[in-house]
Design a protein. Sequence first.
Length: 115
Amino acid sequence: QLQASGGGLVQAGASLRLSCAASGRSFSSYRVGWFRQAPGKEREFVARMLWDSGTTSYADSVEGRFTISRDNAKKTFYLQMNSLKPEDTAVYYCTAVGAGGARYWGQGTLVTVSS
């Protein structure tokens, strides 16, 4: 089970950090990441990380502004979002995919960026 948190209402240019914690599992060998879904739009990829290697990748729209990171001891990964824009407004979902292909989703956390 994944528990996402950290969303909120901020002004454009501000920062937020989202967290996604695992209950009862380690992320070793997993691919973890974040997706988001804006009102009236499809869910889209934001960022991902290979847990073991730390290799990351980002959507072009967030490259240079968002950073995905992890804390092994806390079994938690994060999405640091800087220089937020109104178009970043969405429900953000954390996800984890195991080596066998099983995908898990968090419950979503709402990020609202006002102009």
